[in-house]
Design a protein around this ligand. Structure first.
Ligand code: AMP
Ligand code: GLY
Length: 418
């Protein structure tokens, strides 16, 4: 069958890498894609926000499945529109994607279905929010309600910091002024991925990422500087607890609202003294977590995604390599602030060895050169028998890439290696 993959990041390059191995695949198209994806797929000249154009493309190229990578097209209802046009699409509907798109929506489901998460309250009124803050004190967590590209969350260690965050939200920094204020939770963080077909859940794997830009988890937050899978802290017992107490009740909740959740559920967790609690949901695969999940996947990704769309996840299983996969994100200097685009990256066409993959994110082609075209530019991913070995293999590959204008953290995986 022909498949269209939507997205242009390292996540989508990793999905493309897994999709092209599928015996079910005839041809892979991608939009907008990137130079790494272009080696595996035909880039479709499509504006992804133009749903009618995407539908038309699918019809004229006999595309049987659209795989949506990022959250924005999900929240914009691309899956709804494709489904209405009779085209299968992997990912949740606009309604179900609110699990990621609206923190308040998710918190209300947690409250109603007894899913462990931080105590919270929603506010549409600045004055009431400030009164609540003063009553509860710091540390406390303030979140803008809608999608804010990871920038809408303030973990405030002092009251003035918390007040400033609330004022920022009601001044309209993230669109409509609405916020969630929640209890501060303490513990190690991990991510849990599962597929749902609306009814059945198939647990996938675990991962941990590094959000801060600097070594030792210092400096400002980013989209993710590296990740590894599996997360050693996620024991089998914890995975079962997360599945039974968090993931399955969520899928049941959405089904009971008449809006079954189909797609991947990515739970951000915190392992507190009282057990695992949900920090947030994402309605899509993680970036850079997908870059460490796909190299560990033993089974056919396309079969898994189709089972999610078709409602047959109860009939299949999934196997993973026991090795650790670790990815180091190479960024353009200046990230997560302003970066300069266009610097040349050399050495990408060499053979990095059998257990290394270099996934492209913000790259572009300039004549015969691969150049930087964004903040997060490459994901250098390696497998290893242990976290330490995966780390060594990944950095050995990083050091073969010649890009003076790039940088990366040198300690990805430190927690797992320790
Ligand atoms: P989010 O965008 O919801 O994933 O939040 C970003 C980061 O803020 C998380 O990865 C956590 O490190 C932190 N965070 C969010 N909510 C809480 C909370 N209730 N308690 C402690 N840390 C939190
Ligand atoms: N790695 C964080 C995310 O995909 O949202």
């Amino acid at each position: 069958m022909n498949v269209l993959l939507i997205g242009s990041g390292g996540r989508e390059h990793a999905l493309a890498y897994a999709l092209v191995k599928s015996p079910l695949l005839t041809k892979l198209y991608a939009a907008p894609g990137n130079p790494g994806i272009a080696k595996l797929a035909e880039i479709a000249a499509l504006k992804v926000t133009d749903h009618a154009a995407v539908i038309e493309f699918c019809k004229s190229n006999t595309v049987s499945l659209v795989v949506v990578g990022p959250e924005a097209p999900l929240v914009a209802g691309l899956v709804d529109d494709l489904t209405a046009a009779g085209i299968k699409a992997f990912g949740p509907t606009k309604f179900a994607a609110q699990l990621e798109g609206s923190k308040g929506f998710t918190k209300d489901i947690c409250a109603k279905f007894n899913i462990p998460t931080a105590a919270y309250e929603r506010f549409k009124d600045e004055k009431k929010a400030l009164t609540y803050l003063r009553k509860h004190g710091a540390p406390i967590v303030i979140k803008a309600d809608g999608l804010a590209a990871g920038k809408g969350v303030t973990v405030a260690m002092s009251l003035p910091e918390a007040e400033a965050a609330v004022k920022d939200i009601f001044a309209g920094r993230f669109g409509e002024g609405e916020c969630v204020i929640e209890e501060f939770m303490e513990g190690e963080e991990a991510s849990f991925f599962a597929l749902s077909d609306g009814m059945n859940v198939l647990p996938l794997a675990t991962a941990q990422d590094h959000k801060r830009v600097g070594d030792g988890d210092s400096g400002p937050n980013t989209g993710g500087m590296g990740a590894y899978s599996p997360a050693p802290c996620m024991t089998d017992a914890l995975c079962t607890e997360v599945l039974e107490r968090i993931i399955k009740p969520t899928v049941k909740a959405l089904a009971s609202k008449g809006h079954p959740y189909k797609g991947v559920l990515y739970a951000g967790l915190i392992l507190t003294n009282e057990g695992p609690k949900l920090i947030e949901y994402n309605a899509r695969f993680g970036d850079p977590e997908t870059q460490v999940l796909m190299p560990r996947l033993r089974d056919d990704l396309l079969t898994l995604l189709l089972a999610s769309v078709d409602g047959t996840l109860d009939k299949i299983s999934v196997r993973w390599k026991p090795e650790t996969a670790l990815t180091v994100v190479l960024c353009a200097k200046g990230y997560p602030g302003e970066v300069i685009k266009g610097s040349h990256i050399n050495g990408l066409s060499q053979d990095f060895g059998k257990d290394v993959e270099v996934f492209h994110a913000g790259t572009a082609i300039d004549g015969e050169f691969i150049v930087a075209n964004g903040g997060r530019v490459l994901n250098v991913t390696a497998l290893g028998a242990t976290p330490k070995e995966a780390q060594q293999n990944a950095y050995a590959a990083v050091d073969k890439i010649d890009w003076p204008e790039g940088f990366c953290r040198r300690d990805i995986g430190w927690r797992a290696v320790d």
